[in-house]
Design a protein around this ligand. Structure first.
Ligand code: ZN
Length: 390
């Protein structure tokens, strides 16, 4: 029997501010949002939010769910995602990708991990491909991957302007982009191309070149790590003003910040102040990826692993430390990524949408409860999730 939950007296941000409302959840969907809702006696659960903020579950568009790089040798291979980390930090949707290492990490493995996370209650999709060209695929082509494999929604992250990239030509980029776009159109998916942008001088120029040499819309490309440095951020603002989405990475280290990276929260404020449209800016965690810091001569200085919890932390920091408007900051981790990814039932609170929610204490700005696909996975700051073995 499907579960019914009534959340009373919540301050709903959908992400738009709805004020104080009641939200009725039936099964894995939001059934109704209204005032003074009631349950028939003895059916379902009532949770009084007492004015706490009810936010959409966060959408993380880039997670190396099966582990990403390992540029410090095999001992530094990064671990896979534990769904408990996502639930405890309000993340209810993730997009899994391969990364630098597509030799010992495969799309078969990524697919298995994505299916596992989905079965464990986290909504999980994935991209075909990896950093390299030619693009590696599950079924033999990007087109059949997107059209025939339900949870594959796009391609990426393909690397440009990076020493680890295969340095694709404009023609190669366009071939992949048109394959992904056509497959997306035919299957009702986004067919988005996630682009890892490195620290080389070319910045976003390969994408501007591709767009100016074709009629593929700029929004088909979704470049990430745009907060890598001030120079790339300014190019990113131009990209967003031209209609593209740009993504800021929330996982970081003091060493990476010292080398010129801006925190995602600061990049959001700077981008908004520089005139980037608020509906084109997103955050992703790059969780389970390796966070590397290379010297100017290319020697690896240090390596750490990204965390899915950084997504909520940077959202909070954008509001508290950078003074970004609450709804604008919330959009960057909910409705904006859902839109570029074509996930129509994600990233918002509305009737018929998936019941992915998090209740946040307004005093402490900390997460109290998290619901994913209609189930409480985190309640009163305690994990409810139980895996097959623990
Ligand atoms: Zn990357």
């Amino acid at each position: 029997m499907s579960q019914i939950t009534l959340i009373k007296n919540a301050h709903v941000f959908a992400p738009r501010d709805f004020g104080i409302c009641d939200v009725l959840v039936a099964g894995d969907r939001i059934a109704k949002i209204d005032h003074n809702l009631a349950l028939p006696e003895n059916i379902g659960q009532v949770v009084d939010a007492d004015g706490a903020w009810l936010l959409p579950g966060l959408v993380d568009s880039l997670v190396h769910i099966s582990g990403g790089g390992g540029e410090g040798g095999f001992a530094s291979r990064t671990p896979e995602l534990d769904p408990r980390e996502a639930f405890a930090s309000g993340v209810t949707t993730v997009i899994g990708v391969l990364g630098t290492d597509a030799t010992t990490r495969t799309l078969n493995e990524l697919y298995g991990k994505a299916r596992a996370l989905d079965a464990q209650g986290l909504s999980c999709y994935m991209h075909s491909g990896s950093y390299q060209f030619p693009v590696n695929t599950l079924t033999g082509s990007v087109r059949t991957d997107i059209m025939l494999v339900d949870n594959i929604i796009g391609v990426g992250e393909l690397a440009i302007s990076d020493h680890r990239s295969s340095h694709p030509s404009t023609a190669e980029l366009l071939r992949v982009a048109s394959d992904a776009r056509v497959a997306g159109l035919l299957s009702g998916k986004s067919g988005v191309i996630s682009i890892h942008v490195g620290g080389c001088d070319g910045r976003l120029q390969p994408l501007f070149d591709a767009v100016s040499n074709s009629d593929i819309p700029i929004s088909q490309f979704y470049p990430t790590h745009i907060n890598r440095n001030e120079n790339l951020l300014q190019h990113g603002v131009e990209f967003a003003q031209a209609g593209g989405f740009i993504d800021f990475t929330t996982s970081t280290t003091p060493e990476i910040l010292a080398s010129g990276e801006l925190r995602a929260s600061r990049a959001l404020r700077v981008a908004l102040e520089s005139g980037a449209p608020e509906d084109r800016l997103t955050f992703s965690s790059d969780a389970q990826g390796s966070m590397t810091n290379f010297c100017d001569n290319g020697t690896l200085q240090d390596i750490e692993v990204g965390s899915v919890g950084s997504l909520f932390d940077e959202f909070r920091r954008a509001v508290q430390a950078e003074g970004v408007d609450f709804v604008r900051a919330l959009q960057a981790v909910t409705s904006n990524p859902a839109r570029v990814l074509g996930l129509r039932r994600k990233g918002g609170i509305g009737e018929g949408l998936d019941a992915d929610l998090s209740l946040v204490d307004p005093e402490s700005f900390t997460i109290r409860h998290v619901m994913a696909k209609g189930r409480w996975q985190y309640f009163d700051s305690q994990l409810q999730f139980r895996g097959a073995f623990a």
